[in-house]
Write a protein that binds this ligand. Structure first.
Ligand code: GRF
Length: 217
């Protein structure tokens, strides 16, 4: 079933761009119906306009209850016939208002291998911890912070000379691959959620064990 996407962005929107490109190229069976931002300066809004997609701002007003903000967002999404909500660099925690309006149809991407390193300043935390791998995770959204059932992940090595910026760039390249792919699985009706686990039917296992540094035995 072709997806009718509402994409929520706060910043650059490079994941939005990957989704727009994948739909245009026929790899992703989806139409981006509207892009919504909490911030009028988000470059993602410009990307939407360039792709002839409606771009809307629901400005974040400090002190306004989050539920109220989300009610306004839901109204915009419904007004554009959205059936699936894609958080793509959206810097607000969503509430039950949004989740109840699109049950099981809200997805997010996080630039780490969840459940490790949820929240903000992820790459700094990964480097400070000395992790040898990081990556990205596409997951269904629940009321927690980066806690929902995991759809797919990509792993990248952490290099000794990495800075938060170089690590972020290596991970972002993979985000642009797995986010459209995860959405295509959803479009194909191939994702089955059982508790915390998400199964792909039929399954398509990934490419195997990784070592960093390499193993000589
Ligand atoms: C990505 O790293 C995403 O995982 C995180 O915020 C960043 C957004 O990048 N949630 P962009 O706006 O899609 O370029």
């Amino acid at each position: 079933m072709s997806l009718r996407l509402g994409v929520l962005v706060s910043g650059s929107g490079s994941n939005l761009q990957a989704i727009l490109d994948a739909s245009r190229e026929g790899q992703l069976d989806a139409e981006v119906r509207v892009v919504v931002s909490d911030s009028p300066g988000a470059y993602g809004l410009e990307r939407a306009r360039r792709a002839d997609v409606p771009a809307r701002v629901v400005p974040w007003e400090p002190g306004r209850p989050r539920q109220e903000h989300d009610r306004a967002v839901v109204e915009v999404l419904r007004g554009h016939g959205v059936d699936t909500v894609v958080l793509a660099g959206y810097m607000r925690l969503v509430t039950g208002e949004l989740l109840a309006a699109f049950p099981g149809r809200v997805v997010n991407i996080h630039p780490a291998l969840l459940p490790a390193f949820p929240g903000l300043h992820v790459h700094e935390k990964v480097l400070a911890h000395g992790a040898k791998f990081s990556g990205c995770t596409v997951h269904f959204v629940d009321e927690g912070t980066d806690t929902g059932p995991i759809i797919c992940q990509a792993v990248v090595p952490v290099r000794d000379d990495d800075t938060p910026e170089t690590l972020a760039a290596r991970i972002l390249r993979e985000e642009h691959r797995i986010y459209p792919q995860a959405l295509q699985y959803l479009a194909e009706g191939r994702l089955r959620v059982e508790g915390r686990r998400v199964f792909l039917d039929p399954s398509s296992p990934g490419s195997g064990t990784l070592h960093n540094p390499s193993v000589r035995f």
